[in-house]
Design a protein around this ligand. Structure first.
Ligand code: ATP
Length: 270
């Protein structure tokens, strides 16, 4: 079983602090009063079944989600504060790259937005070279993005997010559809980014074996936090061999509580 060292008190040095966080989408409550922290400089996994609200939560953190209630502090500022824009990298599920540009041209384009002007020419080139190396696409730098595999295109998106050397990197299911070797390589990259640069990573997934690769986990179900802890502590506390079993145990317990609550509410008065 993998164990990554994590600091003992995540709240002490938190990149994200949420209190009573709520939001609605299309009139439906999607986040239902969430309290959690994301420790700085670590890889935190956001795991939960499809539709539980992972993307919505990430959108709230990066400041693109409307109608967010409660308190949400990101890198010491309220979520959505314009000063946070250059400090956060966000990679959505759909790779945002231009198919008719090469990998390098895509990165040059985004680098020009981040670091405009002749004065930044050298910085732009350095940032693009480093991002291409980071995601291991140096051999494909001159290939059109439209001719890349799905995994390679996801890595171009990640390279774009790395260009601005963000303090917080929010990655929405970055390993979906990738083969096991690429998934392992990407997770190694996430850890290198956290260790070498002190970057905070929040990575969503619904693949439970990826949970074991995180320093810390936020387990979600139906817009609520089921558990927030290290993989090791979750296994130990639930007396299970894997995080997946711990998660299922917690889901069953939460479902039983919901059922009991419903039955109780429906009982006729004497
Ligand atoms: N654009 C939208 N308008 C209205 N409701 C939405 C929209 N996008 C998502 N929802 C609803 O919000 C809820 C949470 O969706 P969200 O995409 O955050 O879940 P998720 O956990 O990221 O799912 P997945 O793992 O499938 O990506 C779902 O019930 C979904 O139907």
């Amino acid at each position: 079983m993998m164990n990554y060292a994590a600091s003992p008190d995540p709240a002490e040095n938190a990149a994200v602090i949420a209190q009573a966080l709520t939001t609605t989408r299309a009139g439906r409550q999607v986040l239902r009063g969430m309290d959690f922290t994301v420790p700085a400089g670590q890889v935190t996994g956001l795991l939960g079944p499809s539709g539980c609200g992972k993307t919505t939560l990430m959108r709230a953190i990066v400041g693109t989600q409307a109608k967010v209630g409660g308190t949400l502090q990101v890198l010491g500022r309220p979520a959505g504060d314009p000063a946070l824009r250059s400090r956060i990298g966000y990679v959505t599920q759909a790779p945002s790259v231009y198919d008719d540009l090469t990998v390098r041209q895509n990165l040059d384009y985004f680098a020009a937005v981040l670091l405009p002007g002749r004065a930044h020419r050298t910085d732009r080139r350095t940032a693009v070279d480093r991002a291409v190396e980071d995601v291991d696409l140096a051999d494909h730098a001159d290939v059109l993005a439209g001719r890349l595999s799905g995994g390679q295109r996801s890595r171009v998106s990640l390279a774009v997010a790395l260009l601005g050397t963000p303090e917080l990197l929010v990655l929405d299911e970055p390993t979906v559809g990738l083969d096991p070797v690429l998934r392992r390589d990407l997770w190694d990259l996430f850890h290198r980014i956290a260790t070498d640069r002190g970057t905070t990573l929040l990575v969503s997934s619904h693949v439970m074996d990826e949970a074991e690769r995180c320093h810390r986990l936020l387990l979600m179900r139906e817009g609520e936090i089921l558990a927030e802890d290290t993989p090791e502590a979750l296994r130990r506390r639930n007396d299970t061999a894997t995080v997946e079993e711990a998660f299922l145990h917690l889901v069953d317990a939460a479902a039983a509580r919901d059922r009991a609550r419903t039955t109780h509410t429906e009982e006729p008065r004497p």
